[in-house]
Design a protein around this ligand. Structure first.
Ligand code: PEP
Ligand code: MG
Length: 755
């Protein structure tokens, strides 16, 4: 077997000279192929570049017919070159023509060559082209030669990415790198965002690929690996000092890889072949990324992701760059792209610059999703491979309604979305104008509109939307974001901050509603067959009264000198409410005894969301100061259909006769007892559902801030008495229709009620 002439180091040295020469892009590429062919004693060396239309175009060749340059193209997947592009893996054959994928291109005159070695030209895991050498004799290329070719491919990748090859491209947007891509993800927060990509964990762009002094590069690599290991160990040891977005499990996995001998050996080999330490990391990372894009097994994907993470850390260590995006310098119209991120990390960005968020992993129920919704940033989650497909600065459109992410969208898509965004903005302006208009129906019935919140960042929406109060403050969200169970004083400060922010408007705090899908990362989890039917919410509060007492005490202290409203989640019977009420009164007495300024008034409410309470309505209404209907849970339990499982949750409609009848009973019981009944589930924020609720007797609704405008617009257009008569006529029918939605929609459409 022949070995490469002069070896890879000499090749790299010569390549460095070629890269520095002031020649045209085509001349440089032509020199590169000549150099590789002679260094590897190959008769042929060719560069194929992947175009935006997925064709592979011959860009330079030594040995094949030069007339074929820029003429020969093949589709990705066609021939051996296409196969390499498709699989993003090298192909090493002693008899190319025997391979089932071999396809003959007469214009190139390649039938006389037998052996074939091709490697993908990779960048960030994406294939940009293919680099090939061929020989007349049958031979297998050595590992060293494959390495050398892969390294050269990195140089060509840099020429493509830096734009150098644009001057010889047929059209300015002809590279695969510029290709528009649509990634389908899961909608997480409504809205449409147009802007430019900012990578939450920016990639280090390695410019200097070839080493000047190999021994020095080895030293730099070793020092960086050591420093990185130390910093990971420190992070794992001091969990509370973890930076934004750091997750313990990821760090643990990353630590194992950092000590993996195979990984470190591959890095060393790459440096010894003549690359700089940074380029060596990128080489090894490219391979892992290319594998990642094709890996469907979730476990292996996770491990490859960990490796990618590790390579990123090492690159940042080597270059001294910050590991996360510089918050200060993100552009206006930023679309944030992240593999995943913690909620606190998102809060660190300047909201006024964020137009959208795309996550590769986080789904709709993730904590960062909750924060994204609180901030009102158009968000899509579960967007596969998005961090590899996007380059910093790429134009990106996030459609938080459909879940589509358009990367480098063509002009017509940009225009269509621009129009969509303008329409939405105009609608928002119209809603904003309704801010100080009272929500009164055409026949003069006033409806109280309140807002749901859960984070301190939500509270300013109260003043922006003109909501009357915070009708539901989900306290568990702050607990879910905290690194450990918030102590009494931390809770006090949070509730105090909420009181300060709402100024003179009321706020209804709900005590901790954890369990089921709302997990506190620092609390031991218990395995339950049916967590939604398990130990959660007030059940935990009553079984661990210390936690509930601490929370109520913090709320009462924070409320000193003001009115406070507290409600308890998942009350299943009167006795549970009584027990919770006793705890609250005891805390109030304790506060007074110890000389703290007490609240001026304490109102205690029960959430009606467990169906059993439907048969104790008068009793609970007599004992509570107010009732609040949690329709999200009530409907899930009525239909025995998990609210987070779209396969079953979409099966049953909230606008159905059974749900309407149940809700009607609750409103009627409140009326009988003279107690306010608010509905705070998601249905209250949807105009059509809200219309039905008014017709059932609800006069108080609490909803997400973005729903207040649309619901108010509906209220202003409705004649309530007419709606009541209409809904009553539907409910009087015993025709078993699974949904009243279409009837209600027709009613609204005929009267120009915006729903
Ligand atoms: C509900 O169940 O409707 C509700 C408002 O509470 P949560 O969504 O927090 O369970
Ligand atoms: Mg609930």
């Amino acid at each position: 077997m022949r070995s490469a002439l002069g070896g890879p180091r000499l090749l790299l040295r010569r390549l460095r000279e070629v890269m520095a020469e002031p020649v045209s892009a085509q001349a440089r590429l032509d020199k590169i192929v000549v150099l590789i062919a002679s260094n590897m004693v190959a008769e042929v060396c060719s560069v194929y570049v992947l175009r935006a239309d997925q064709g592979l175009e011959l860009y330079a060749t030594e040995g094949l017919n030069r007339e074929a340059v820029h003429l020969t193209t093949m589709h990705a997947g066609e021939g051996l070159v296409g196969l390499i592009a498709k699989n993003a893996e090298p192909l090493n054959l002693s008899e190319a023509q025997e391979h089932p994928s071999f396809s003959y291109k007469p214009e190139t005159g390649e039938e006389i060559y037998h052996s074939f070695l091709g490697v993908p030209i990779l960048r960030g895991g994406n294939t940009l082209g293919v680099l090939v050498v061929q020989n007349r004799v049958r031979r297998i290329y050595s590992e060293e030669e494959i390495e050398a070719l892969q390294t050269t491919a990195m140089l060509v990748a840099e020429m493509i990415a830096s734009g150098e090859l644009r001057s010889i491209a047929k059209t300015p947007e002809s590279f695969a790198l510029d290709r528009p891509v649509v990634v389908k993800g899961a909608p997480m927060c409504e809205g449409v965002g147009l802007g430019y990509a900012v990578l939450h964990e920016p990639r280090v762009v390695v410019k200097q690929l070839i080493a000047e002094d190999i021994a020095a590069e080895v030293q730099r690599l070793n020092a960086a690996i050591e420093a990185m290991r130390v910093s990971i160990d420190e992070l794992v040891a001091h969990g509370d000092r973890m930076g934004a977005g750091e997750h313990r499990e990821v760090l643990e996995a990353v630590r194992i890889f950092a000590n993996d001998r195979g990984w470190v050996r591959r890095l060393h080999e790459a440096v010894l072949s003549g690359l700089t330490a940074e380029a060596a990391v990128e080489r090894v990372q490219n391979d892992a990324r290319a594998k990642l894009q094709r890996q469907t097994d979730p476990y292996l994907r996770d491990r490859l992701h960990d490796l990618d993470d590790l390579a990123n850390r090492l690159l940042h260590q080597l270059t001294g760059q910050s590991y996360v995006a510089d918050r200060e310098s993100i552009p206006e119209n930023a679309i944030l792209i992240a593999r995943n991120m913690g909620p606190a990390a998102l809060l660190d960005y300047d909201r006024s610059r964020l137009r959208g968020l795309v996550l590769e992993e986080g789904g709709p129920a993730s904590h960062v999703g909750i924060v994204a919704r609180a901030l009102g940033v158009a968000t899509v989650g579960l967007a596969a491979n998005v961090t590899d497909l996007v380059e910093a600065g790429d134009a990106v459109i996030v459609d938080g309604v459909t879940g589509d992410v358009h990367i480098r969208p063509p002009p017509d898509v940009q225009t269509a979305y621009g129009e969509k965004a303008r329409l939405r903005a105009r609608r928002m302006e119209q809603y904003a104008k309704l801010r100080d208009v009272a929500a009164v129906t055409k026949d003069g019935v006033e409806i109280a509109l309140h807002m749901n919140a859960g984070l301190i960042v939500d509270v300013p929406h109260l003043h922006e939307t003109g909501a009357r109060s915070i009708g539901l403050f989900r306290t568990e969200l702050q607990f879910m974001l905290a690194p450990r169970f918030p102590r009494m004083n931390e809770q006090f400060l949070l509730y105090k901050a909420v009181f300060d922010a709402v100024q003179d408007r009321p706020v209804t705090f709900r005590t901790l509603d954890i369990g089921s899908d709302k997990i506190l990362p620092y609390m031991a989890t218990i395995d339950e067959e049916n967590p939604a039917l398990g130990w959660r919410a007030i059940r935990i509060g009553l079984d661990r009264p210390g936690l509930l007492r601490m929370q109520i005490r913090a709320m009462l202290k924070a409320a000193g000198g003001r009115d406070v409203r507290i409600m308890f989640p998942m009350i299943a019977n009167v006795a549970e409410f009584e027990a919770a009420k006793t705890i609250a009164h005891r805390e109030l007495a304790h506060l007074q005894r110890h000389g703290h300024r007490p609240p001026t008034n304490m109102q205690l409410g029960a959430m009606v969301e467990v169906p059993s309470l439907l048969w104790e309505l008068d009793a609970i209404a007599a004992r509570a100061d107010f009732l609040s209907v949690g329709s999200n849970d009530l409907v899930q339990y009525m239909y025995a259909a998990d609210r987070d499982n779209t396969r079953v949750s979409k099966r049953y409609d909230t606008l159905s006769t059974p749900v309407m009848r149940a809700l009607e009973r609750i409103a009627a019981a409140g009326k009988r007892a003279g107690k306010t009944v608010t509905l705070c589930g998601e249905m209250g924020g949807r105009p059509l559902e809200a219309l039905a609720l008014l017709a059932l007797g609800y006069r108080s609704l609490s909803m997400s801030p973005s729903s207040i405008g649309p619901v108010k617009a509906m209220i202003l257009a409705v004649n309530l008495e007419e709606a009541e008569v209409f809904l009553a006529s539907l409910l009087a029918k015993e025709d078993g229709a699974p949904s009243l939605r279409e009837n209600l929609r027709e009613f609204a459409a005929a009267r120009d009620i915006p729903v």
